[in-house]
Design a protein around this ligand. Structure first.
Ligand SMILES: Nc1ncnc2c1ncn2[C@@H]1O[C@H](COP(=O)(O)OP(=O)(O)OP(=O)(O)O)[C@@H](O)[C@H]1O
Ligand SMILES: [Mg+2]
Length: 249
């Protein structure tokens, strides 16, 4: 009876998470870049993945978006073990936006829409959503960095994903671009889109995410609700310094 109750409770918890990363390890040659990483991304949250340079953030996001396979461990998506079919429900912007520079924003989206069987109405919708509806025939190669990032997000959104994965999306953006992107990201959960966003910029995550995970040198050091961290900067610095001291010993 008690066991049933525990199983029930476990199921309840699983249902609230869109993604569960379970003890994922990634080894490149002999370097263990991710070591038994376990994270829980609640449905309809903005989840901030924080970590200093080289912590393993991009590697983890690549495992989740099918660009790499974990060496060990498991990823669950929507309550089942992740498979490549889930990529239909995952939109991603990892590293540089996949843009044909000689095409306009609309044309870039049309190329993908044809592949995905998405109607033109959806192209207009995502262009509106990311604020690129008025770019007309302008070549995307002539876009500012912020506009290119937003086109990358529009491409990731075309297929109505349940999960949007953004790796360091504010890199290189000016303060206005950052603010605009922040506002855009915060709208997504209202539309049923869970956002997993990585950054090494604390203020960015502090102002955007409602849940955070901190990884340092491939290991999870903290996971929780943003409201549980009174001073994210102090927490982050403590964690990173402690981990580095351990490494030196
Ligand atoms: N394809 C690869 N082959 C070998 N090593 C790799 C590869 N990709 C990443 N690494 C190594 O894995 C470690 C983690 O890299 P990763 O790019 O995941 O870190 P990150 O947290 O995204 O860092 P940043 O904040 O600088 O983007 C680094 O030591 C990197 O050199
Ligand atoms: Mg990275």
């Amino acid at each position: 009876m008690q066991e049933n109750a525990m199983q029930e409770k476990h199921r309840e918890i699983s249902n609230t998470n869109l993604v569960e990363i379970k003890q994922v390890t990634k080894v490149f040659r002999k370097q263990k870049v991710l070591n038994q990483v376990s994270l829980h991304i609640p449905k309809n949250s903005v989840y901030g993945l924080l970590g200093p340079n080289g912590a393993g953030k991009s590697t983890l996001l690549k495992c989740l978006t099918g660009m790499m396979n974990p060496t060990e461990g498991e990823i669950q998506f929507g309550g089942h073990v992740w498979s490549r079919e889930d990529l239909n429900e995952i939109g991603a912007l990892v590293e540089t936006p996949p843009i044909y520079e000689n095409l306009s924003a609309w044309e870039n989206l049309k190329v993908r829409a044809l592949l995905l069987g998405v109607p033109d109405s959806r192209i207009r919708e995502v262009l509106e959503l990311v604020g690129l509806a008025n770019t007309d025939k302008k070549r995307s190669g002539a876009f500012s960095l912020g506009m290119k990032q937003r086109l990358g997000i529009a491409i990731a959104l075309l297929n109505h994903p349940k999960l949007l994965v953004l790796d360091e999306p504010v890199n290189g953006l000016d303060p206005i671009g950052i603010q605009e992107l922040r506002e855009l990201i915060q709208e997504f959960p209202k539309a049923g889109i869970t956002v997993l966003v990585s950054s090494h910029i604390l203020s960015e995550i502090e102002n955007t995410a409602d849940h955070i995970g901190i990884i340092v040198e491939g290991e999870v050091q903290f996971e929780g609700n943003i409201h549980e961290c009174e001073n994210l900067e102090a927490l982050f610095m403590d964690i990173v310094r402690k981990k580095r001291r351990e490494g030196i010993r």
